[in-house]
Design a protein around this ligand. Structure first.
Ligand code: DI6
Ligand code: FE
Length: 403
């Protein structure tokens, strides 16, 4: 059979980091990839390319590195306003309490998000999506959580869903109604009367791919999060959790107990937590942007995660408060420099393990059957992706088989 189809592409003379072997990047020097429509149908060493593909017009990559398109598995990019003024106030000596009393902190983002129209939320989110696309990102997760009322949580998720119609990007949504207790509200009453009904309503509108929560002294305890998770399971939705970011209160164990896709932040996770994550197949998502911004000093137990075989992912946590970080490549660099990940772990963390943190089996690796989402870089060694600080070596991105 001779394959000659307009939708077929043959990429040759590339250095492939297939990521199918985590520690060695699954490296193939002088590799080729055959794409049919939006799927990879063959990848390997050019010398092994089957004859039936010889007739497809070749695209010579001149030795460039190709990785799976990157995946940012933890963002809060849909929100109103920003908190630059609070950043400035703090650096001029104001305390967090003073800022909070003046209506600042997370409450100010909630107010701005409630006041913004869907069109305004969309137009402020699109440049953030563009920044990630420009770094070779093909899939992003987007959370709600700055509405804290039924209508605004749904508004955020509706905008998240429309991003795919405006840009070549795949979006996975997470409902994060249990992000913060609205000012003046009681946490239990909020969960029962706002968060759970909002989840049901958003799910009924097919706006929710996963359910997230913030399990922390300043947010919700394990019992309150359990109620949210029970509802998620009843709706057949996977769960994930912001756990052990600022203190150890049992969120990681809870996430593992519910078979969560991921436990995120996890700076304060302990050895039994790592064992529980490994047993549950839950990914530890590391978010160095928040660690950096809030001057955290407790480093996540990376060696313990390694010892227990916990898969590790890396995300931006792009949000206006604790992580105004618009670069997944910088997150990879920070994960290496601040958390001592190896560059191979950092790249696995934004490809195969990020896919896993989102429950996606069709991306994050260069292999037959996977989506043809690829990043082509003007470098030849994959460690360069984590080594550079605020350097973007992207040459081009292929998304769903299209350049
Ligand atoms: N983790 C955080 O660090 C924040 N939310 C979360 O789940 C902070 C969000 C904010 O300050 O706006
Ligand atoms: Fe977050």
């Amino acid at each position: 059979m001779v394959l000659k189809n307009m939708s077929s592409k043959l990429i040759t003379n590339a250095h492939l980091a297939t990521m199918d072997e985590e520690l060695s990047y699954g490296l193939i020097e002088n590799g080729s990839i055959v794409i049919e429509d939006d799927r990879i149908i063959w990848a390997g060493s050019s010398t092994d390319l089957p004859e039936k593909f010889f007739s497809i017009t070749q695209k010579d990559m001149q030795g460039r590195l190709i990785t799976p398109a990157l995946i940012d598995c933890h963002t809060h990019i849909i929100h109103g306003g920003n908190r630059a003024h609070e950043f400035e106030m703090r650096l001029n000596g104001a305390s967090y309490e003073e800022i909070a009393r003046a209506g600042g902190g997370i409450a100010s983002t909630v107010t701005a998000t409630r006041e913004a129209s869907e069109a305004e939320l969309l137009s402020s989110a699109l440049p953030r999506v563009d920044a990630l696309i420009a770094q070779g990102v093909g899939t992003i997760e987007v959370k709600s959580g700055y509405g804290l009322d039924i209508d605004t949580e749904i508004k955020i998720l509706r905008v998240a869903r429309t991003l795919e119609h405006h840009r070549p990007i795949n979006v996975v949504t997470s409902f994060l109604g249990a992000h913060a207790v609205p000012p003046g509200a009681n946490a239990d009453t909020y969960i029962d009367e706002v968060c759970l009904p909002a989840l049901e309503a958003a799910h009924a509108q097919k706006l929710v791919d996963a359910v997230d929560g913030f399990c922390e002294g300043i947010a919700f305890d394990t019992e309150q999060i359990s109620r949210v998770f029970k509802k998620a399971l009843a709706l057949n939705l996977p769960v994930k959790l912001h756990a052990e970011q600022l203190s150890h209160i049992g969120g990681t164990a809870l996430a593992a107990k519910y078979g969560a896709l991921s436990a995120d932040h996890v700076e304060y996770a302990q050895t039994p937590d790592a064992a529980a994550l490994a047993a549950a197949g839950t990914v530890a998502v590391l978010l160095p942007g928040a660690f950096y911004t809030i001057h955290e000093t407790q480093v996540p137990p990376v060696q313990t995660f390694r010892d227990h075989g916990v898969p590790m992912a890396v995300g931006t946590d792009w949000n206006p408060g604790s992580s105004p970080l618009g670069s997944l490549l910088l997150a990879m660099n920070m994960a290496c420099t601040l958390f001592r990940l190896t560059p191979a772990e950092a790249l696995a963390g934004t490809t195969l393990n990020a896919a896993r943190a989102l429950g996606l089996a069709d991306r994050g690796v260069i292999a037959p059957g996977q989506r043809a989402d690829l990043a082509i870089w003007n470098i030849s060694e994959p460690a360069e992706l984590s080594y550079g600080i605020a350097i973007n070596p992207l040459h081009a991105r292929i998304f769903g088989g299209l350049v």
